[in-house]
Design a protein around this ligand. Structure first.
Ligand code: ADP
Ligand code: MG
Length: 315
């Protein structure tokens, strides 16, 4: 019953029946919605409150859409349609029914190495496509922007969190089964709100005239991709232990820790985690962007290439 809709009636969005609010941001609400015409099935709609934004913020939304238009990858949320009314922008997106990876970390405490690999490899495939083929830097990789499609069954052993006093108990772990119990299937990167094109086209031509580009520009381009690699290191760290590598209640202290790259593999949480995983993380959480792994180096690392059990996707 339309009159009972708990959501605002957005002009121009009549085709879509809003079903549920899935998330929100500073200027936006994201809804799960159903196509009344039936062609598109369920989608996600990002409704952006244009009227609260200044010129630059509006331009950024258009840029976000412009970048999304050029992107087509199985691990990246696809843009279906874009329209606007006087007050709103409507960004119609491919729905990721599982929602945020963030909630799964909270729910499971942390992921096994196999599940972490399953997730981060897909994030990396998305970044490889963006960095290498599209020349796009995402710049906002974090668990809230990593979404997923649920699968009914995952044959992964998820170790139980160790409690004080559990040190010498044998960790039986538990198998995570079923939708809603951590059944993470295909990963989908979302939120191109901060993304930027650093290469003009897919032939890897730097912006401006080839051959006349100053070294600091070329370096800058290279470094801008490395921000995604750092963020991926933070995500991988968090997946494996359940808390982020850098944290402090004081913003000043936190900033300093990040600037110096001060993190540790804290005992007992990291005791059982493989040296190979730690090695990979140390090449990502590396303060010098020149030494930090590129996406290709990441994908070639033994921990990524190691084959653990892969989740069976039952569609
Ligand atoms: P913001 O720029 O405000 O962070 P996002 O594009 O990240 O906007 O969307 C905000 C939140 O909405 C996401 O963190 C996620 O929870 C949800 N969301 C966004 N897009 C989708 C989608 N395609 N499918 C499912 N949920 C989504
Ligand atoms: Mg976001």
């Amino acid at each position: 019953n339309e009159s009972k809709s708990k959501f605002p009636a957005y002009p121009g969005l009549e085709r879509w029946e809003l079903l549920e609010k899935m998330g929100d941001g500073a200027f936006s609400n994201v809804y799960r919605a159903r196509d009344r015409e039936g062609h598109k099935g369920e989608v996600a709609i990002k409704v952006v409150r244009k009227f609260e934004m200044n010129k630059m913020q509006r331009a950024n939304i258009l840029k976000e859409v412009q970048i999304m238009r050029q992107i087509d990858h199985p691990n990246i949320i696809k843009l279906i349609d874009f329209s606007e009314s006087r007050q709103y922008y409507y960004i119609i997106l491919d729905l990721a029914p599982g929602g945020e990876l963030f909630h799964q970390i909270v729910r499971l405490t942390y992921f096994s190495e196999d599940l972490s690999r399953h997730v981060i490899t897909q994030v990396a495939k998305a970044l490889e496509y963006l960095h290498v083929e599209r020349g796009v830097v995402h710049r906002d990789i974090k668990p809230e922007n990593i979404l997923f499609n649920p699968i009914p069954f995952i044959p992964f052993k998820n170790p139980k969190p160790k409690q004080p006093g559990d040190e010498d108990k044998v960790d039986e772990g538990e198998f995570v089964k079923g939708v809603g119990a951590g059944g993470i299937g295909q990963i989908k990167i979302a939120d191109f709100g901060l993304s930027k094109i650093v290469w003009e086209n897919q032939t890897m031509t730097p912006c401006g005239t080839v051959g006349y580009t100053a070294p600091e520009i070329v370096k800058d381009e290279r470094y801008s991709k490395s921000v995604d690699m750092w963020a991926m290191g933070c995500v991988l760290y968090t997946l494996l232990c359940g808390f982020p590598p850098f944290y402090d209640e004081s913003i000043e202290m936190l900033t300093e820790k990040v600037a110096k790259g001060q993190y540790t593999f804290l005992s007992p949480w990291w005791d059982e985690i493989s040296d190979s995983a730690k090695d990979l993380i140390s090449h990502l959480l590396c303060v010098d962007p020149e030494k930090r792994f590129t996406i290709q180096e990441f994908l070639a690392h033994p921990w990524i290439r190691e084959s653990g059990p892969t989740p069976r996707e039952e569609r």
